[in-house]
Design a protein around this ligand. Structure first.
Ligand code: ZN
Length: 218
């Protein structure tokens, strides 16, 4: 079972770990380095390029745009995102995307980075109309603990429409939240129920999807 987006390894047997990640990582885990739109001050293009050059198995993420914490996307936020997309394209590494409340903008920018081999849309919601564009750029969508909320009717409706070969699950665990965050296994079980399929079959499909995504850095 793969937790397709988290910041610390918690539960699951394989993790796609995005910065800031501390604690142990298993050899099967996949790491990503990048500057989150909430932490723009930390962006250093030279340092990121050095990390990617030194580690052929490193992806880029979590990067993107955000309208959860600010009303408008600042020029600096866009600049940092686009610079990191360009670096990922140059090194041909997969990218983990954040796009809270601005997925259309994130997809638009990502379509320009055609040398990026695969994208993982983490925390994707509310933007069903973008599914064809996401698939066209080899995007995978990781479903998160929001699906466990019985009131998340629209979210459940959306996740039913994601093609099976594009699906992943995530916990988005951080050092601060890991113990209280539902596991990727719990998300997978609920996702199977929501889609009306057997959990085992869904998990097997998602492992194959996770392998395909991870293959971009192997
Ligand atoms: Zn995250």
């Amino acid at each position: 079972m793969t937790d397709a987006h988290c910041h610390v390894a918690h539960g699951a047997s394989r993790h796609f770990l995005c910065d800031p990640c501390d604690g142990p990582a298993a050899s099967c885990d996949v790491r990503f380095a990048g500057t989150h739109p909430w932490h723009l001050d930390g962006f250093d293009a030279v340092a990121l390029r050095k990390l990617l050059a030194a580690d052929l198995h490193l992806g880029v993420g979590e990067i993107g745009l955000d309208r959860l914490r600010v009303r408008e996307i600042s020029p600096r936020m866009r600049e940092v995102f686009e610079a990191q997309l360009a670096i990922a394209a140059e090194f041909r590494r997969p990218v983990v995307l954040h796009g809270a409340k601005c997925w259309g903008e994130v997809v638009k920018a990502s379509r320009q980075a055609s040398d990026v081999p695969a994208f993982l849309f983490h925390g994707f919601s509310r933007s069903e109309g973008l599914l064809p564009d996401i698939i066209a750029i080899n995007g995978y969508i990781s479903v998160g603990p929001a699906i466990l909320n019985d009131h998340a009717v629209n979210y459940r409706e959306l996740v039913r429409k994601i093609p099976p070969d594009r699906l992943l699950v995530e916990s988005d665990s951080t050092a601060a939240t890991a113990d209280a965050t539902p596991s990727a296994e719990a998300v997978a079980a609920k996702l199977a129920a929501v889609r009306g399929v057997a959990t085992d079959a869904l998990v097997a499909q998602m492992e194959a999807n996770a392998d395909a995504f991870a293959a971009a850095v192997r």
